[in-house]
Design a protein around this ligand. Structure first.
Ligand code: DGL
Length: 267
């Protein structure tokens, strides 16, 4: 048994979808969640910036003596896979688990991927899926408007701004007969109902966050790192702690209080 915490990080609220999925699978683990809200959205950053930020986020969680880290951010996972994989603490991102889940979708209908602009530009989601599903049509779309809307509280499926953004962003993918759509940004799970309303029930939505939580669970078991603690979660943010606590409490449906950490410079 290993009762050190599991660290999870994202640019903001998105990684809460991975933390919630992991909590379901591993109720006795201690989780430390870090939201780098001072620097959200990561999807607007350059690859060079993301490489630095990935290392800073991993090192920040390492300073809490965590036993395992989930980079619950598609943008970091697709731009900095090597940094995550070679980090001295066992770590995984959401890219490979999400792609593996997509590769199990049966049939020949096209497969879709939505993610941030920086993720789509990196091309890693498409490349990894092409490797596992050679010859299958793949549609990938950046949705740069989603994260700012989610971070500012526009998450309800009847929210007019959200409906408009979902229609505008996903129109090119509608009517293509996709079998499934990968939510390659962890924020997107929060607005899955609005995405489902627009695309209809025929397109299976695959959550990169849930896939990563399942992969993390399997990895912890394989490494013999499971804990048997009381399952607490501690939240930290580099942004405004009051704001993050209010937004996270709304999303999780229970009161949370996040601790304040200093914002990090890219240097
Ligand atoms: N939730 C992150 C992702 O999965 C980052 C989104 C952003 O900050 O742009 O890509």
């Amino acid at each position: 048994m290993d009762n050190r915490a599991i660290g999870i990080f994202d640019s903001g609220l998105g990684g809460l979808t991975a933390a919630a999925a992991l909590r379901e699978l591993m109720p006795r683990e201690k989780i430390i969640y870090f939201a780098d809200s001072a620097r959200v959205p990561y999807g607007a950053m350059s690859r060079e910036q993301l490489l630095i930020m990935a290392r800073q986020d991993l090192e920040l969680l390492a300073s809490f003596s965590v036993k395992f880290i989930i980079a619950a951010c598609g943008t970091v996972s697709s731009n900095a896979a090597q940094i995550i994989e070679s980090f001295p603490i066992p770590s995984l991102g959401v890219l490979k688990p999400g792609i593996q889940a997509m590769s199990r979708i049966p049939g020949h209908a096209p497969l879709g991927i939505i993610a941030t602009a920086a993720s789509i530009k990196a091309g890693a989601f498409r490349r990894e899926l092409e490797l596992l599903c050679p010859g299958r049509e793949i549609v990938d779309l950046p949705c740069p408007d989603f994260v700012p809307l989610i971070e500012s509280g526009h998450t309800q499926p009847h929210d007019p701004l959200l409906i408009e953004a979902v229609e505008r962003s996903l129109r090119p993918a509608k009517g293509l007969g996709m079998a499934a759509l990968l939510l390659g940004c962890t924020h997107y799970g929060i607005i899955a109902p609005a995405i489902r309303d627009f695309l209809g029930g025929g397109v299976e939505l695959v959550s990169a966050s849930e896939s990563a939580a399942q992969a993390a669970c399997a990895c912890l078991e394989r490494l013999g790192l499971q804990g048997d603690g009381c399952g607490e979660t501690l939240y930290y943010t580099s942004g405004d702690a009051e704001e993050f606590s209010a937004a996270a409490s709304r999303l999780l449906g229970r009161e949370i209080r996040a601790g304040q950490l200093p914002a990090m410079d890219i240097k």
